[in-house]
Design a protein around this ligand. Structure first.
Ligand code: AMP
Ligand code: MG
Length: 437
């Protein structure tokens, strides 16, 4: 029988988070709160292998076969019995046959015999060692193997050494990467069950915002947040995006946007309109349509944020989407996304992803920092020629409206909550922007 459990209320979640203070919430507590808030996608679909790159594996994938299926040769050379080798003398063996990759069986060899063998060919019964061809001298129908070029057992691949039958080859929650796609192919698997994509709706709020293609009257700015958000979400890979444009600062327009977003999406991300002094209607409509908290987070940039659930119908009986109401400043949007939203969306999409790797780099300059908030400064990390150590410098002005500081950076310098100012030469954590895969 299906069990129906009501999700915990925001108050219940808050009571589980040690030291919860919405007026000055440390980043770690905000992360914990959000981790407790977000539900996970369960529905799955079956996709052809090449459509599954970057998707989240729905179930543990148990290997149905051994890969490789047989002991086989790792080299082109001669297969022999390790016991025929002498420790300190050459050995001469008669070549009694050959084995090629793809053949079910290779020649049988008696005592004092070996088999010419190619990489990937099945090891002949009783033979356990392969001497690479470049080490031997061919003497008519025999080969001479100098002492010491090979040890018993060398250059033999064991059946199942890559994947053994019955073993979990890939665990549920895995975000499928290039090697995993190949690994699935090596199991002969043409299709794979993946979780459905998380649906994320996003829009910008603010009467000063104009969309690309519109004229820019005095006092207005082009909406850039929707584009940075789009790009960050694209990079995350596991989400389906619903771009809802710029929403005017009118209660009805906002209500319609939030309701529609909640109906069609699992998560709604907005930017702007959540600071304490906001004159517009965004906060009011958020509070009206859902169970929403307005935080001041002890971080810089970023501070204000709305978090909670938005109902898809005004009566509030139907589906709820998780709301991430981000601040409006362009750098604050990016930083709050990486610090608080990214991992939450991955968790919602069912992905079990390792934490983002941090580099330890020496700061080339003093950095002023107040204890009691986490700071995310934009930095350029480079390797010091010679020593190979990492060093980092900041990208000029760090104002939260200066998007160029983010564009020029190749990483975020993360200065933890309790830390004070940094003196040049001290080591700091840097979250690099780029990775190989
Ligand atoms: P708010 O959080 O709404 O008070 O906005 C803070 C600052 O960010 C203001 O200067 C806004 O004009 C700016 N801002 C808000 N939304 C956007 C956006 N979508 N694109 C660019 N700038 C924005
Ligand atoms: Mg605003």
């Amino acid at each position: 029988m299906a069990e129906t459990t009501l999700p915990p209320s925001l108050q219940e979640i808050a009571s589980c988070v040690n030291g919860y203070d919405p007026k000055s919430l440390p980043v770690a507590q905000a992360q914990e709160f959000i981790a407790r808030l977000v539900p996970r996608v369960h529905a799955f679909e079956t996709l052809a292998l090449r459509s599954a790159l970057g998707r989240v594996l729905a179930h543990d994938l148990v290997s149905g076969i051994d890969v490789p299926a047989h002991d086989n040769s790792a080299m082109d050379g001669y297969a022999l019995r390790g016991t025929d080798l002498a420790a300190d003398a050459p050995c001469v063996l008669r070549v009694c046959g050959s084995g090629f990759a793809g053949q079910a069986e290779t020649a049988r060899a008696g005592a004092g015999e070996c088999v010419r063998i190619m990489t990937g060919a099945v090891m002949p019964a009783g033979l356990d060692t392969v001497v690479p061809q470049e080490f031997v001298q061919v003497e008519g129908s025999s080969v001479r193997i100098p002492a010491g070029v090979v040890r018993p057992g060398d250059n033999r691949r064991h059946a199942g050494e890559d994947l053994a039958v019955g073993e979990v080859a890939l665990a549920a929650g895995r975000v499928l990467r290039p090697a995993d796609i190949g690994l699935l192919a090596s199991l002969g698997q043409g299709e794979v069950a993946v979780l459905r994509r998380l649906r994320v709706a996003f829009f910008s709020t603010g009467d000063e915002l104009r969309s690309i293609g519109e004229p820019l009257p005095a006092g207005c700015v082009y909406d850039s947040n929707r584009y940075t958000l789009w790009a960050m979400l694209q990079k995350l890979g596991v989400v389906e995006l619903i771009d809802m444009g710029v929403v005017r600062d009118e209660p009805e327009a906002l209500k319609a946007a939030f309701t529609s977003a909640a109906r069609h999406a699992d998560a709604v991300i907005t930017s702007g309109g959540v600071s304490v002094g906001e004159a517009d209607h965004t906060k009011q409509v958020m509070a009206e349509l859902g169970d929403v908290l307005f935080w001041r987070i002890a971080m810089r940039p970023g501070r204000p944020m709305a978090i909670g659930r938005i109902a898809s119908d005004p009566a509030g009986t139907g589906h709820h989407a998780v709301l991430f109401g981000l601040p409006g400043n362009p750098v604050a949007v990016m930083v709050t996304f990486y610090a608080l939203v990214r991992d939450a969306l991955l968790a919602m999409s069912g992905a079990i992803a390792p934490p983002m790797p941090l580099l330890r780099a020496a700061s080339v300059e003093d950095i002023r920092k107040k204890p009691g908030r986490t700071e995310y400064q934009r930095g350029i990390v480079t390797r010091v020629a010679g020593s190979g150590e990492w060093q980092v410098r900041l990208t000029g002005s760090q104002g939260s409206g200066i998007l160029r500081s983010m564009s020029e950076a190749n990483g975020l310098v993360v200065l933890p909550h309790a830390r004070g100012s940094i003196v040049a030469g001290e080591l700091v954590d840097v979250l690099p922007f780029d990775g190989l895969i």
